[in-house]
Design a protein. Structure first.
Length: 485
């Protein structure tokens, strides 16, 4: 129904009042015309007297024609009862101004970009037509630099990749070197790796969920989760001396054994951590603003996720129950009992739920590691791979020589190639390593999960608005140390 017909139906009294106003206006104009013609000199024949405040080019009411055409209206209309004498408006698409899609830059200095992310967004109004991610602003040539270092010297580069998940990066690199060396790690070292791998998962998810909620307007959960993240980094510091770049997990085992009292402190923290998760979920999960910003936003199907190589919580949110810890167990994950949480819709909200449940499952694994932690050595007893103890170097010349050669020349890895993958907090983290028999890797390719997730950014932005860009970037949990490498 047109606006004019709507007025006819909804406001009949308004039409009658408007007709009375028009009649009175017509009468006043006629009187002014009459008085003007009597007091002024006669106009030449064929001319009509025009009031002094009117435009001579406009058409006015005329008593004899009973028609009216107010200034600026299209054509004169005859008054008829029940019809609103409004302007004749044409609304053809040809006469309207068309706004073409325009392009804006998101980042690389945007506070919600989580790094040096640059997105070129093509917008139609507020709808995102196309999103093109540009990467490489943090590229440091890590893979090439590793070719000029020994296998042990290249290990710290792994900490600088995903600097929110340090020990899992070290773990996948160490496992790749051990596979080429054909070295079996002691059982205690495997348990320590799994223990700190799950602590690292919680450390990463606390950062991911906390900053994601803060991006859409919630500050309190970020502070709660950062307090728990600080506890995890204290555990890092106690075993390695460093809060972030620990270089603790090394080929052959771990750098040193667990300090006294650490296992009990981890156990006490693991008992109280689920309560803090409950507090965060009470604030976030059912919050109407959070639901409005995340439900049905950034959706992707299971097939699209597989086509783009998406893994981790991003893949499991679509309903795909794929986890490297279950499909290809490594270390001692085959001895652990835990569930793999999955979503149903593949949207931002499901990915949040998956990460929250993964933290609860990590607590289950941590407690099993604490209960089953065996005694024994924390690294292999092969002085050509791991350094000898200091007391042996003081008594044995052979031990001193091995120590010197290990940290100067490095160990020679047999020629071959291998691909090793683990379930990192962000997804499948893989190392494709080629050895030519020298003390340095011939090639070490890093499969970073964030690189594949960002490549599918345009697929995540289907039917999305400009305000959804921040929510989608936050749900990807990007760290550009691993994306750009």
């Amino acid at each position: 129904m047109s606006f004019r017909n709507l007025l006819n139906v909804a406001r009949p009294g308004f039409i009658a009042r408007q007709q009375r106003i028009m009649s009175a206006t017509t009468s006043r104009v006629s009187k002014r015309l009459a008085s003007s013609s009597s007091s002024s000199p006669k106009e030449p024949e064929g001319k009509t007297a025009i009031p002094y405040d009117m435009d001579p080019n406009e058409t006015f009411y005329r008593e004899e024609s009973k028609t009216h055409s107010p200034p600026g209206w299209a054509t004169p209309m005859a008054l008829s009862p029940g019809v609103w004498p409004g302007p004749q408006v044409t609304s053809s698409l040809e006469t309207r101004t068309q706004i073409k899609p325009y392009t804006i830059n998101f980042g690389p200095q945007h506070p919600a970009a989580h790094g040096v992310l640059r997105l070129i967004l093509e917008l139609d109004g507020e709808a995102v037509v196309h999103a093109d991610p540009h990467i490489g602003l943090l590229h440091r040539g890590t893979e090439k630099l590793m070719e000029y270092r020994t296998y042990l010297q290249a290990l710290p580069y792994m900490d600088r990749l995903d600097y929110c998940s340090m020990m899992t990066n070290e773990e996948v690199y160490s496992m790749a070197v051990e596979k080429l060396l054909n070295v079996d790690v002691p059982l205690r070292a495997k348990y320590i790796r799994v223990l700190f791998g799950e602590i690292t998962r919680i450390l990463n998810h606390c950062m991911a969920v906390g900053t994601h909620v803060m991006d859409v307007g919630g500050l309190t959960p970020f502070l709660y989760l950062f307090e728990e993240r600080e506890r995890c980094m204290e555990f890092y510091e106690r075993v390695s001396g460093a809060r972030m770049h620990s270089a603790y997990v090394r080929p052959g085992g771990v750098a040193q054994d667990l300090p006294r009292g650490l296992l009990q402190d981890i156990y006490d923290w693991a008992n109280q951590f689920p309560d803090r998760l409950n507090e965060v979920e009470e604030m976030v999960t059912s919050n109407r603003i959070w639901l409005a910003r995340t439900v049905d936003v950034g959706k992707i199907t299971k097939q699209e996720a597989l086509d783009w190589g998406i893994t981790g919580p991003m893949l499991r949110s679509t309903g795909m129950r794929y986890d490297v810890r279950k499909s290809e167990p490594y270390e001692v994950y085959d001895r652990m009992e835990f569930d793999v949480p999955i979503g149903t819709q593949g949207d931002v909200f499901d990915r949040y739920l998956v990460r929250m449940e993964e933290m609860r499952q990590s607590i289950r694994i941590i407690k099993q590691c604490l209960d089953q932690m065996p005694e024994g050595p924390h690294r292999v007893d092969d002085w050509k791979v791991s350094p000898p103890p200091r007391d042996a170097m003081k008594q044995n010349m052979e031990a001193l020589i091995h120590h010197f050669k290990l940290f100067s020349e490095g160990y020679h890895v047999p020629a071959g190639e291998t691909y090793t993958a683990i379930e990192a907090p962000k997804g499948e983290m893989g190392i494709f390593m080629i050895s030519d028999g020298s003390p340095r890797p011939y090639k070490c390719h890093i499969r970073a999960p964030g690189f594949y997730h960002l490549g599918a950014f345009n697929a995540f932005m289907k039917n999305a608005l400009l305000a959804d860009v921040v929510a989608v970037v936050g749900t990807m949990d990007l760290v550009f140390g691993e994306v750009d490498r």
